[in-house]
Design a protein around this ligand. Structure first.
Ligand code: KIV
Ligand code: ZN
Length: 510
């Protein structure tokens, strides 16, 4: 049996997805959850890329225990120094150095010959050795690199001290049989390969990131790099939950390879990442999509009732998805709420529990039945941990056919109340215009998405939005039985995030 190392890059490659940027506090929250999930390595960021990224990696290195904390660096001394400095507080740290090795990247991007690339890679890995013994090297665009040259690069960096060699399919070009073949060839052709772990890092441009990663595992890869919900550059990275569940469900096909992932944390982690990045999970997404465990057709329902396994290869509980079970009603007390929240994996202190109880009672007054998803939504909202520069204090709106929609919004900042009125194309537009008048920050609405948290007319509506403020994309999310209120709160959530992040933002291109 072989343990496959799970290297999570949600906070680095995942956060590189346009519009997915997270605040330091949010990254820390995700990192803590990744430890609960049981990942082995957390790639916390790319420290040289911005002061914000540097600070986040440092904070994670300091506060997050229970996983190796990794920082990315180009093969440049200043990048490696920044990674070394940011990772200093970590008990177990890894520096991940990369350098492109494919002909197209060497010729057009780096303008360097093979011999120069070999030298740079070698000295970058040696230099990283000043900061840690745990060094990962990635020949970027490996799947399009001339195999003979790739073998040479790998041999050179292992000699220089790399303990993990990561083979990225940077542009998602590989096919499973050839990618598996490449990993096999690396085993056969690189003489010192037994001194390092072979990792793979696959992108999803052709929808093959997971298939390619699994083909690599079958051919001897010992580490898989992935992200929660598969987020990442362009079409994203291999989805952690899909890799883990394939290995678990089809042990027979992977010679019993296993991971340390606590699968019951998967659904919660997926929701957290979706909430904080503002990337809604598609209903048909494998493992964590809303429909992943729903059976609609009569024939399927009949089969499942007779024997679940007729149409269900994974039981939803394994990934911590408990469906829409009715959990609590209007008359349930604090104790019942606290017990239910514990079962859902939330451990709240007394004050947080009190706040959750107040919100639960408000919701139970509006809604006859409170489901698990409702509870998760309440607690997640409350635990955003973001300073509330602006909060909603009052809201009135009117609209209808042949009536001009109008909104009156009152917002609170510190202890002062500000009020503005506006009309608009609809009640949401009117509210957003009124907010803009108060906060005096120009924002362009890039995306607006609403979905019911559970079934029924009285379901909570969850609104996800994306704003462009000062050329920066920020996401916001909120839930309420009143969708206009949820829309307003989602907008304020995005604005508060922007204000929180503003002082740290500066970006460097990969
Ligand atoms: O996709 C890629 O090649 C990368 C490297 C930095 C590993 O993300
Ligand atoms: Zn990548």
């Amino acid at each position: 049996m072989k343990r496959i190392i799970i290297f999570d890059t949600t906070l680095r490659d995942g956060e590189q997805a346009p519009g997915a940027s997270l605040s330091e506090q949010e990254k820390l929250e995700v990192a803590h959850q990744l430890v609960k999930l049981g990942v082995d390595v957390i790639e916390a960021g790319f420290p040289i890329s911005s002061p914000g990224d540097f600070d986040s990696v440092k904070k994670i290195a300091k506060d997050v225990k229970g996983a190796v904390i990794c920082g990315l660096a180009r093969s440049l001394a200043k990048d490696i120094e920044a990674a070394g400095a940011a990772l200093k507080p970590a008990k177990h740290k890894r520096i991940h150095v990369f350098l492109a090795t494919s002909k197209i990247h060497m010729k057009y991007k780096l303008k360097k010959a093979e011999s120069e690339i070999l030298k740079i890679a070698q000295s970058a890995v040696k230099y990283a050795g000043k900061f840690t013994d745990d060094i990962q090297f990635s020949p970027e665009d490996a799947s399009r690199t001339e195999p003979e040259f790739l073998f040479k690069v790998i041999e050179t960096v292992i000699k220089a001290g790399a303990t993990t060699v990561n083979i990225p399919d940077t542009v998602g070009y590989a096919q499973p049989d050839e990618f598996g073949g490449l990993i096999k060839a690396i085993h056969e052709r690189v003489p010192n390969i037994n001194k390092a772990v072979i990792a793979v890092h696959c992108h999803n441009d052709l929808g093959l990131a997971v298939a390619n990663s699994l083909a690599a595992v079958k051919n001897g890869a010992g580490q898989v790099e992935c992200t929660v919900n598969g987020i990442g550059e362009r079409a994203g990275n291999a989805a952690l939950e899909e890799i883990v569940l394939s290995l678990l469900t089809r042990k027979d096909s992977f010679k019993e390879a296993f991971t340390n992932i606590k699968t019951r944390e998967i659904y919660k982690t997926s929701r957290l990442v979706s909430k904080l990045t503002g990337f809604v999970v598609a209903p048909n997404k494998a493992i964590v999509g809303g429909n992943a465990f729903r059976h609609e057709s009569g024939i399927h329902q009949d089969g499942v009732l007779k024997k679940r396994q007729t149409y269900e290869i994974i039981s939803p509980e394994i990934v911590g998805f408990y469906g829409e079970g009715l959990v609590l009603g209007k008359h349930s007390g604090r104790h019942a709420l606290s017990e239910r929240l514990k079962q859902l994996g939330f451990s709240l202190n007394q004050e947080q529990l009190e706040q959750a109880f107040i919100r639960f009672k408000e919701l139970a007054d509006k809604k006859k039945e409170v489901f698990e998803e409702d509870l998760m939504s309440i607690v997640e909202e409350q635990m955003k941990g973001l300073p509330q520069v602006w909060s909603l204090s009052g809201l009135e709106f009117c609209g209808g056919i042949s009536v001009i929609p109008k909104a009156v919004v009152s917002l609170k900042k510190k202890n002062e109340i500000f009020k503005a009125t506006s009309d608009g194309d609809g009640p949401v537009d009117a509210c957003y215009k009124a907010i803009e008048r108060i906060i005096k920050i120009k924002a362009r609405l890039l995306d607006y998405n609403i979905q019911a948290v559970t079934k029924g007319k009285d379901a909570l509506g969850e609104v996800n939005i994306k704003l462009n403020i000062n050329k920066e994309e920020v996401s916001g999310r909120s839930a309420s039985t009143d969708i206009i209120e949820a829309s307003v709160k989602a907008y304020l959530n995005a604005v508060n995030k922007f204000l929180f992040k503003k002082r740290k933002f500066r970006q460097v291109q990969l």
